[in-house]
Ligand binder design. Sequence first.
Ligand code: FES
Length: 129
Amino acid sequence: MADQIGYSQKVMEHFMNPHNVGVIENPDGYGKVGNPVCGDLMEIFIRVKDDVIEDIRFRTFGCGSAIATSSMVTDLAKGKTLDEAMKITRDDVATELEGLPPRKMHCSNLAADALHAAIQDYREKQKKE
Ligand code: FES
């Protein structure tokens, strides 16, 4: 059934059993992005130690693809340096999920953008300290 509407097995797995769901209290970095067209919203929280993303959580008010892409982007970013995590692209997220239906590609944009926003937030805070 999932195949018939174009979702890969990987997308279904991450949708049914998403990784890194939740919030981090007083996070080192926080990113929030929304898509004005569909109204979906994604938040990413990061804990950083020695320039490495030690912990990462997400909260997504959105479609199944948005949940799967949030789960995947947090898996990809965890344990990476901030520079490495900044290089995770929208395409990387979709590729790791073995593709998304064309109408759902924008959902992976949201995930990568929220991650980058959280890293930017962390860097802005560092500058102020
Ligand atoms: S439909 Fe909007 S993020 Fe998926």
